[in-house]
Each structure stands twice: as structure tokens, then as C-alpha cells.
Design a protein around this ligand. Sequence first.
Ligand SMILES: *Cc1c(COP(=O)(O)O)cnc(C)c1O
Length: 416
Amino acid sequence: MEAALLDQQDPLRRFREEFFQEEGRIYLDGNSLGLMSGRAEDKLLQLSMSWKQLGIDGWTEGGHPWFTLSEDLGRRVAPLVGALPHEVMVTGSITVNIHQLLSTLFQPEQGREVILCDELNFPSDIYATQSHLRLRGLDPEKTLRKVQSRDGLTLRKEDIMAELNEDVAVLLLPSVLYRSGQLLPIREITAAAHEKGILVGFDLAHSIGALPHSLHEDGVDFAVWCHYKYMNAGPGSAGGLYVHERHHTNQPGLGGWFGSDKTKQFDMDHSFTKAEDAGAYQIGTPHIFSTAPLIGSIEIFEEAGIGQIREKSLALTAFLRKLAADRVPELRDVTPAHDAERGGHVAFAHEEAARICKALKADGVVPDFRAPNIIRLAPVALYTSYEDVEEAISRLARIMEEERYKNFTNERNVVA
Ligand SMILES: *Cc1c(COP(=O)(O)O)cnc(C)c1O
């Protein structure tokens, strides 16, 4: 079907105009940093105004009292990860939340000291994990195990299963792999790990806001994510954590007064009474201005519905893949073939990936490069149209035909 017709029939079409986009530029990098919406901007301005007008009283007054903002938002984000309202908190960042949850839930015992990750995992998750092993006096060389990838891009379910041994305490994997876009079978992996007595955590960085989850039903023990990728809450916005209610009796490994029972926090007592819900795993004063945009952004998700977002995301990415296969066959599509096994972006491998990304950017298409040779393109259901996708692939095809990427150096930028 033609792009224009697909756009006309798109039930999410009305959300596109809510996002700030430069005329003529096609933004396909929402999996790294989502665009700003008017509603996110409004809430940022509103909370800045509440500081201006209310001073200290902003903690308890105004449209969005700061004292309970993280709890209020946690309840609203919970449906997006398929959690119960009290299992989710908006706080921290991915890395900080991994630190908090490993310090809370990783309890190595003689004979069960291993944390299992995968060799394609995001570096920060690995660094955090290594530091926890060291903090417990363990040697990460021996106790951080990684599921190996056969093709350097994806993980095989059977290879994950084969590593679920009795000496593993915690399994920490991404829901969607950040390079190839592979979506792992969360429920199956969790069930298999639980059979071996292994706690299971997922990093939802590349799936939250792109597809539905069912963490509680799947029995996942803990999860972390950020809100600056598909959630469009701005650079460095406060992240999220999920802890299954069965673990809510655990004292936080990293204690702090914002993990207190809210009715006791201002007693200023030196004995800590933890919150009964996932709020216990907050640490210090919430970053209000880094949280504010999410109030606006989450509203859009509530209206659009994550089911509809996933449906359009799959259709957009399928459309992109088909056009790319026809028009730029020299780019190797390394995204898993089946819908049930892929997230919200498409990944292409090419030895000139770095230069192709620069040429695309110069031509008004914003991609994202991941070393050594991956071009990621993320058409985002809320603000990318089918016509955008068609135009982006046309520009890409021209760049390849005219070998225009040769005008760019291979030098790496700090970001992208
Ligand atoms: C984006 C991303 C991060 C970034 O972590 P921060 O603590 O938010 O900087 C970590 N892990 C994965 C898998 C990511 O995709």
C-alpha cells in the first residue's frame, strides 16, 4: 500500500503534530532520545513555575506536588510494563537502579555466586554488575558469566537456557538488544530461570514505550528502564524500576530517606521505616525538573494505548525493511525476521555504517550509529509517518547510489 494512504488510515496520526520536529528533517533516532512534545514542555514549565510561585510549599501544593510525584508517576507507568501499581517507581537512572536492585536482591551464597548477563549487553549494565561482584569480594572474571552470541548480533534461546545453572544467583538481560533490536522471550526465560532458583531482572531501555510488557504475570523479579528513549521525557529524565511485590519485604541495599514510609519520613528518626511498596528503593530527593516532562509524556501514552503503538511500530518497521530490501540491498538487515522477536528499531550492518550515518544526517535524516558497523533506524509510532519512512529510504538509496558517504570521514563523534 502507498505511504500516503497508510498515513491517512493511521489511528495515531493526530499525535504527530504534538511533537517538535524541524521541517524537512526526518528523525529516526527516538530509540536514543525521543523528541519533545508540547505536553512534556508544558509540564516542565508548569513545575518550574510551581517553584517560582510556591517555594517550599511546592512539595505539598500545586497541580503536581513534588513529594508524591515519583509515586504518582510510578502508578501511571506501571501499565506500560505490565506491573501492579505499587511495583513501579519513577526514580534514578538505569545504571543507578541496577545498583540499587542488585544491592537489594543479589545475595550470593557459597555455590551460588554468579551473575549471568550476555556478551552483547550494554556496557553500563556490565560495569554496574562487575562492581557488585567486587563489592561482595567476588572476582568478576569468575563470577560474571556471559551468554555467548553465535552471530555477534542475537542470542539463541537455547544458549541462554544452557547457562541457567545452579551456581547462578541472578540473570540480568535486556528485553530488546540495543544493536540488533532482538526481543527476548521474557516469560519463557523467566520461567526457566526460576526453575533453577535464579532471580531474573530485565533492562527495558529499548522496549518501554515501544511495546507492551507483562512483568508481573511473567513473574519477573525486577526491571529497570529510562524514560528518555521511546518515552520522550527528555535527556537524563528520571528512570524507572520495578520490583515484584514478593520482594517488597527486602530492605533496600542502598538506603536513603526517600525510601521511607511517607508518613514517617519527616519524623527524622535514625531508625529507617521503609515504604511498603517499590518506593522503598528510592534513595534521595527526586529530580523534579527531570521528572516533570514525563507527566506530559505519559498522558500521550495513556491516550494512544501501547497496543496501538506496538501495532503501528511493527507496521512502520516492516514497511521500512521492505523498502530497504528493495532499494538498498547492500545494507544487511540484521533485525530478527519475526515480529515476536523484534523491538521498535531496525538494524542494518554495513562496513561503511559510520560514514553512511554521517551522510544521512547531512541529508536531513537522523539515524544512529552503533560501533562497529550498525546503522539503527527507529521510526517512532507517535511521530513518524509512513511518508517519512519512504522519504528516508529514498535519501538513503541516493546516498548509496552516488557513494556520497565517501565525502565523510570515518572518525568517531563522541555521541552518535
Ligand atoms: C540507554 C541504555 C542505558 C543507559 O543507562 P543510564 O544509566 O540511563 O545512562 C543502559 N543500558 C541500556 C541497555 C541502554 O539502552
